[in-house]
Design a protein around this ligand. Structure first.
Ligand code: FES
Ligand code: FE
Length: 441
């Protein structure tokens, strides 16, 4: 693989098409990108009581997250240390202990092996149970209630990794007393798509909205102005993260604080600083991503006069180079009245649930990308002619807006490929970094 040549192209806003679904690249991505970066696992509100657990995936590793008796959240590989059986098969629930279906070994909420069927009689006195607990995820840290895991014990801290994104997370997740809560359970389904393309769609691509979501325009849910999703700023953040702060053409939103009830405003004004309030009062939608595969959308949906805010987080879990499992969490401010939460949740299900109107539009195009990227022509590695995908938007005709009040490099339109190019550069940095050979004493 000629990485130097690839780098040159990425710098110039071109992404070689063969990289999209190539199986060799996919194997490298699993090891060097997903093996090193922070991956979203759960929101703290999903684990309420001691014994509450959820099961999640870090690409191919099944994970159990469980709250112990002291209220701490532990994360383990969901695999019995006897013969490796996947220990817990439920999505969520509450347990005092986890029992293996194969030979009945039992683990407590701290992952310690506490029960062995027929114990000493068959294993003898010498087997030390404390050596045979569940394997913890090497790093688990959280920010604003968002719990992430990292398989690399030497990774930078979650806070350093999120970097400038923390400021925007504070607006979306930290604006209300009591924080946010997940409503329902995460919806999930499988789609034909490559994880890079789905991540990019949320983090970096408001340009698709006018065409892909044309039906919303025809239904008069969104304006017919072809620039309508471009107004606002596309903000490039550290480590391949990015956020689009979308407003209307006037630079403001039609709904102050995303249409949240006025009773909430004093709370926002107490919890956010002046610059954060300025952005939050003007934004229509926040849409963006944490590299590699966590996306979010905070929007105000519904018809005029009955707009409800909602916040969704999604993980694009790769199942292969041409398949993703989509996980979507719906979150809402705990402090909102129940009636508002319910209406907002219904609006979310109708638009972004597995059968939601807007969801269908995107998945169709993601499938077509992989369908057209797997043949001999699209997978030609010879970069001497133009077999690239085009990421030229805004490359040399756009300067950052120095007056934007938030951190990051803010470009004065959301129709630009700045975040996408920054994602490609970080992708390249990670994928070309050889793993360190560690000696195990
Ligand atoms: Fe779990 Fe044997 S595999 S007890
Ligand atoms: Fe879309």
């Amino acid at each position: 693989i000629d990485w130097k040549e690839i780098e040159k192209n990425i710098e110039n806003g071109r992404f070689p098409q063969w990289l999209v679904t190539d199986p060799e690249i996919y194997e490298l991505e699993k090891e060097r990108i997903f093996g090193r970066t922070w991956q979203f696992l759960a929101h703290e509100s999903e684990l309420k009581e001691p014994g509450s657990f959820v099961t999640r995936m870090m690409v191919d590793d099944p994970i159990i997250l469980v709250k112990n008796k002291n209220g701490e959240i532990n994360a383990f590989l969901n695999s019995c240390s006897h013969r490796g059986v996947r220990l817990c098969t439920e999505d969520y629930g509450n347990k005092k202990a986890f029992s293996c279906p194969y030979h009945g070994w039992t683990y407590n909420l701290n992952g310690e092996l506490i029960g062995v069927v027929a114990g000493n009689k068959v294993f003898g006195e010498s087997m030390d149970k404390s050596e045979w607990g569940l394997r913890p995820v090497p790093r688990v840290e959280s920010y604003q209630g968002m719990i992430f895991g990292n398989l690399d014990p030497d990774a930078m801290s979650l806070e350093d990794y999120l970097g400038e994104m923390k400021w925007y997370f504070d607006i979306m997740l930290g604006r209300s007393d009591g924080g946010m809560e997940v409503r329902g359970v995460p919806q999930r389904w499988v789609a034909k798509a490559n994880w890079k393309m789905t991540s990019e769609n949320f983090a970096a691509d408001p340009y698709h909205v006018q065409t892909t979501h044309r039906s919303a325009v025809e239904l008069k849910l969104t304006p017919s102005d072809p620039l309508y999703a471009s107004y606002g700023h596309q903000v490039v953040l550290s480590n391949g993260h990015g956020i689009n702060v979308i407003t209307s053409a006037t630079g403001r939103s039609n709904n102050i604080y995303q249409g949240m009830p006025e009773s909430m405003w004093p709370m926002f004004e107490k919890n956010l600083n002046k610059e954060q309030l300025d952005i939050f009062s003007r934004v229509q939608n926040f849409v963006g991503g944490v590299f590699p595969n966590l996306s979010f959308l905070s929007s105000c949906s519904g018809t005029e006069g009955t707009k409800y805010n909602h916040l969704q987080f999604r993980v694009w879990r790769p199942l292969g180079p041409d398949q993703v499992e989509i996980w979507v969490w719906y979150m809402i401010d705990k402090a909102l009245p129940e009636d508002y939460k319910e209406k907002s949740y219904k609006g979310f299900i109708a638009t972004f649930g597995a059968a939601g109107t807007l969801e269908q539009d995107d998945t169709e195009n993601w499938a077509r990308i992989v369908e057209a990227s797997q043949g001999l022509m699209a997978r030609d590695r010879n970069l001497s002619y133009n077999n690239m995908l085009n990421y030229l938007m805004g490359l040399d005709n756009l300067d950052p807006d120095e007056n934007f009040p938030g951190p990051g490099k803010a470009y004065p339109t959301c129709y630009t490929d700045h975040i996408a190019r920054s994602m490609h550069k970080y992708w390249l940095e990670l994928i070309t970094k050889e793993p360190e050979v560690k000696s195990h004493e």
